[in-house]
Design a protein around this ligand. Structure first.
Ligand code: AIR
Length: 213
């Protein structure tokens, strides 16, 4: 433990990564304070949303909920909101510009039809943006897919499949991005892959048992 001018220095980082130090007369007091602060920050980090899930309308919620479910599986805190690239352009730009400053690390954006939400958000932030094409009634989501995926060079949107599978994968992809700097999430992702493989083994066993009957 660092000692300065006869005092013991407790040392910790807050949820935004800023470093803090406080001086104590004894090492025991400094260590106790440091442990308390580190535990508090760990809790704050867990409950602070790292992923933002946004959608063009509340009619997209049924699909976009799947992204939230995937994040739940990895214990990743997220927020959900509605903003429209066309109906509320100022709100959308404001949201995108402020997201990084609020501690958001990945944005998942879903929209249907002329689905420009993910692209417009990507235009206003350097955070990674994952686009989810919502199945539309008239063109079954082909319009949403093309509007989301066909971004001009320079402004990427990582576009996933149309609908609920895409939303699930958006959540997993966000977890994979966060896992680059978080060993606990990386471990959960490895366990997720093992679970998938065990599921296939089980299906293979069942189908082979049926063949033998
Ligand atoms: N939308 C909303 N603003 C711009 C777009 N592209 C999309 C929504 C939703 C669809 O339009 O994302 O998928 C229909 O929205 P609503 O509110 O009419 O149900």
């Amino acid at each position: 433990m660092l000692k300065r001018c006869g005092k013991f220095m407790a040392d910790w980082r807050d949820a935004n990564g800023r470093r803090h130090r406080a001086a104590f007369p004894t090492e025991a007091e400094a260590l106790a304070h440091q442990a308390r602060m580190r535990a508090m920050e760990a809790t704050a980090l867990m409950s602070k949303p790292l992923v933002s899930i946004v959608m063009g309308s509340d009619s997209d919620l049924e699909v976009m909920r799947e992204a939230g479910k995937a994040l739940d599986e990895f214990g990743i805190a997220y927020e959900m909101d509605v903003t429209s690239a066309h109906r509320s352009p100022d709100r959308t730009a404001d949201y995108a510009r402020k997201a990084a400053g609020r501690g958001i690390r990945v944005i998942i954006a879903g929209a249907g039809g002329a689905a420009h939400l993910a692209g417009v958000i990507a235009a206003h932030t350097t955070l990674p943006v994952i686009g989810v094409p919502i199945p539309s009634t008239s063109l079954q989501g082909m319009d949403s897919l093309l509007a989301t995926v066909q971004m001009p060079a320079g402004i990427p949107v990582a576009t996933v499949a149309i609908g609920k599978s895409g939303a699930t994968n958006a959540g997993i992809l966000a977890a994979q991005i966060l896992a680059l700097a978080d060993a606990a999430i990386a471990k959960k992702l490895a366990a997720h892959k093992e679970k998938l493989a065990r599921g296939v083994e089980e299906k293979s066993r069942k189908i082979n048992a049926t063949m033998e009957e």
